[in-house]
Design a protein. Structure first.
Length: 353
């Protein structure tokens, strides 16, 4: 199996993982390998990782794709393993959420690439555990651990929800977010430009009955704006359980939950049917690195999910190669706007010749 460098480093110290282990944010299928040494549970925020683990035979009673670990396992685990996330606030969230499930005397482990900030982040463990220190280093990665010596306060999810009022493109509404969600606590410039462009668009006359897909929904701002503009039901898709939860909270905060369907999916893999409108500010990072794979997969499949005359709107950093992808999918594209380092692209499903 091909594992990430962080997993290869963990494998060097795997003999330490006896007993019960909660792998709190795996980014590959290493938990399957670790099952040979310990009783492993996996809390996945990534639908891609969740699907890969299930396909690999991971026990479905010990795995969750969720923004919250819901299983009744307080003070059950001997070890908790965390991969250093890009957002430091997400690390704090993961530590707070998992520490109540660690036994007194158990260890919490943090592993990350040197460039991820793990060298400074390990000190965050000291708020919850003692004797935090380096265990090993290899392949440009470091692994740390710390010991839990006193009981941990219960995790209260609502304390991690940020809510604010946002005005954009002629609308004012409430937004909710949690750590690790794209656009957390702020309005992304690209999203703002996209919504301003959509505010000038002439939607179909019966738009309230149209099918809308927000691909990569984040905190739900695009999906909510589309609903408010058209009155239509919206499907909001993301591969992040945190984003799906934030979108649900956003719609609930605006009393329009009945108009939302959320879908966890690796690209368009789990999407059924066709849509009149697909709107997206697609991700182009995996961890710290630029990664076109999600966008490429999306554009390769988007034609299968647009109705005849169905419309596609994309906002992206203007240096990305998205025009070529759209042309390959739909034959041609129009650049509607270019500003502040972003570009807005438009494509349409045409009759086959």
């Amino acid at each position: 199996m091909n594992f990430n460098p962080t997993s290869l480093l963990l494998d060097r110290v795997a003999d330490a993982f006896s007993g019960k282990v909660l792998f709190a944010n795996p980014d590959d299928t290493y938990p399957l390998e670790l099952r040979q040494r310990a009783e492993v549970s996996a809390w996945c925020q990534s639908k891609v990782t969740f699907d890969d683990l299930v396909k690999g035979g991971f026990d479905e009673s010990h795995i969750e794709f969720n923004a919250i670990w819901t299983q009744p396992t307080l003070e059950t685990f001997d070890h908790i393993i965390l991969i250093q996330p890009k957002a430091k606030e997400l690390l704090d969230y993961l530590i707070a959420a998992t520490m109540p499930h660690l036994k007194i005397g158990g260890k919490i482990w943090l592993v990350g690439d040197n460039k991820s900030g793990v060298k400074s982040s390990y000190k965050r463990l000291e708020k919850h555990a003692v004797m935090a220190g380096k265990v090993d280093g290899a392949k440009h990665c470091l692994v740390y651990n710390a010991s839990k010596e006193v009981a941990t306060p219960a995790f209260k999810f609502e304390k991690w929800v940020t809510t604010w009022t946002q005005t954009v493109a002629g609308q004012t509404f409430n937004l909710c977010s949690i750590p690790g969600v794209f656009g957390h606590k702020k309005l992304d410039k690209g999203t703002a430009l996209l919504l301003e462009q959509l505010s000038e668009h002439r939607f179909m006359s019966d738009a309230q009955h149209a099918r809308f897909l927000d691909f990569g929904c984040g905190d739900g701002i695009i999906a909510l704006w589309l609903h408010n503009k058209t009155g239509a039901k919206v499907t909001a898709l993301d591969e992040s359980a945190l984003a799906l939860k934030a979108t649900e909270l956003t719609f609930a905060a605006n009393n329009v939950s009945d108009y939302l369907t959320t879908l966890g999916s690796n690209g368009l893999e789990n999407v059924k049917g066709r849509f009149n409108y697909i709107v997206t500010n697609p991700p182009f990072h995996t961890g710290m690195a630029t990664d076109y794979s999600v966008a490429e997969g999306f554009f390769a499949s988007v034609k299968q999910h647009l109705t005849l005359n169905g419309e596609l709107f994309v906002v992206a950093n203007d240096f990305l190669r998205y025009p070529d992808f759209i042309d390959a999918a739909l034959g041609t594209h129009t650049r509607l706007q270019r500003a502040q380092g972003f570009a807005i692209y438009y494509g349409k499903q045409k009759k086959p010749k």
